[in-house]
Design a protein around this ligand. Sequence first.
Ligand code: GAP
Length: 464
Amino acid sequence: MDKVVSLCKRRGFVFQSSEIYGGLSSTWDYGPLGVALKNNIAAFWWREMTQLHENIVGLDAAILMHPRVWEASGHVAGFVDPLVDCKQCKARFKAQDLVKTWRNKKKLEALGGGDIPEGGEGHLEELKKIRWPEALCPTCGTTGSLTEPRLFNLMLKTFLGPVEEAAATVYMRPETAQGIYVNYLNVVNTSRVKVPFGIAQIGKAFRNEITPGNFIFRTREFEQMEMQFFVKPGEDTKWLEYWRDARFNYYLSLGIKRDKLRLHRHTQEELAHYAADAYDIEYEFPFGWQELEGIHNRTDFDLKRHTEYSGKDLNFFDEETKERFTPYIVETSAGLNRTLLVTLLDAYDEDVQEGEPRTVLRLSPAIAPIKVGIFSLVKKDNLPETADRIAEDLRKICPVFTDHQGSIGRRYRRMDEIGTPWGITVDYQTLQDQTVTLRDRDSLEQIRVSVDLLGDEIRRRLAR
Ligand code: GAP
């Protein structure tokens, strides 16, 4: 993890936000290579989830929504965590995390509290049974300084308009999903979609996470790639299984190693307030197996709640069968930043080439920020100009980078380190027979290709 974080900073993938002011904790900016990689992952997802399906359309809803949306969705009441404060050092903890730590140290029984399931509002009463005034703050070590657990809503609030009054309080959306549900009717009425169909969206979401961290793994501002699939009641289980498998295979096509991925089905205690059944696709991060994407059977919870709160009928009328019903929703919800972290961790490798240690990102060519590095063997005799002309042509096909300075081995290694799949070298032979060397990052195979055919060759390799 440390090596990937350091590579990200050194090569311009990810920078700390507001760094010249000392940074803002757990917020990150994406540099030239980072934004290219992020855009490529988003485009890969978008193609996979919209273009390749006749019955999935796109949407881009606003981040700010009517406050009633979050009452209907259950987030105002249910998107909460019981928190404990230290009155001495002002540190704030998830009550559940403290319980976990104590349980590991077998200290919990002494403080009371029985079998406390994971997270959420329902467990507040259980958590309150612990004798908190006798407990020790893990940060400052004071005994008796911890408050009883209190519920804390994870949504970020802001104020619309010039006056900070309650009437103008709105939330920054904690998930993109609700933007899709409230546009369900608009899409049905304008797009000629028929159940089963999906609506896909990529966008920012915000959560006031208590324990952000692990670099870009958990942050308060992040991006989600979500697809809501509307199905006939009774067909929800079939579609949940379909999307579970399709989404798992998607990560393989993104080039992620099979043995680093696994499925986890939610237990009853783990299920979100809207879900009847759910799977997580998990990745083995350096800090353990963690969720990368959630696939949920949200039943008719969302459309029913929005019908109730908005007064608008959100049923679907099937013209063929003349049936009217509230569709069930199967959701696929992936984190874009988290996927980016996975692609970097999974692709990171170190080896030795021609006696020199090398760091290489074995990124899939589809998402590599730069596809081709173009070099002239020496910086004279018209070789750089020839290389630049080749670069001008290839630029129309894909992002390229030219570098005519330093040893050729070093230039290859700089490209390997950022995941560039191919290198082209212009040498003296190029001036005679119009061919260049084309080098592959992973196999290290070098072949001679005619300059005329380079475009086709790169296109062919990119389409693989
Ligand atoms: N609409 C359902 C939903 O939001 P979720 O499991 O809370 O479900 C889905 O989030 C995905 O969003 C997660 O699997 C993760 O990849 C990403 N995600 C959630 N919270 C995040 C955070 N604080 N930072 C980065 N990514 C996050």
